[in-house]
Unconditional design. Structure first.
Ligand SMILES: [Zn+2]
Length: 138
């Protein structure tokens, strides 16, 4: 078994925000397909016989539900070398930088003001992440 880091390019494509359940489902299905494609491509590059684990980094703003991705992955990965792979999700909180007091802090959900000075002059700097951080293969 071997781990490798930092060579997984191919940031996943996040479409624009989804508003209906149907689009939401397609959103997660497309993301899961994308994850699987990248994992298989990397596994092949490393002459792996099997994908053991895929570590994903998921920002709270990405709108991705872990269980959905897990479900689709089981379905999509059938008959591939990733069919037994475990998916691990690292959630990144929504973080914002405040232009008024210069603080960078996590935001409370749906509370789009700086927690220090309550300014709304903020920019979201974290929480949109969606990528494969690392993989275990053998
Ligand atoms: Zn502030």
């Amino acid at each position: 078994m071997s781990d490798f880091y930092g060579e997984l390019s191919g940031e996943l494509n996040l479409g624009s925000d989804s508003y209906t359940i149907q689009i939401k489902v397609m959103h997660e299905l497309a993301i899961t397909q994308n994850v699987l494609d990248i994992a298989l491509e990397q596994a092949e590059k490393h002459n792996a016989g099997k994908v053991i684990k895929i570590n994903l980094v998921v920002g709270e703003m990405s709108g991705v539900v872990d269980e959905c991705v897990q479900f689709y992955f089981g379905f999509l990965s059938k008959d591939t070398i990733a069919s037994d792979a475990t998916l691990s999700f690292k959630r990144i909180p929504i973080t914002a930088h405040c232009y008024d007091c210069d603080a960078t802090s996590p935001l409370e959900e749906f509370n789009w003001v700086c927690p220090h000075c309550h300014s709304s002059n903020i920019e979201v700097v974290g929480g949109r992440e969606l990528y494969i951080d690392s993989m275990e293969i053998e």
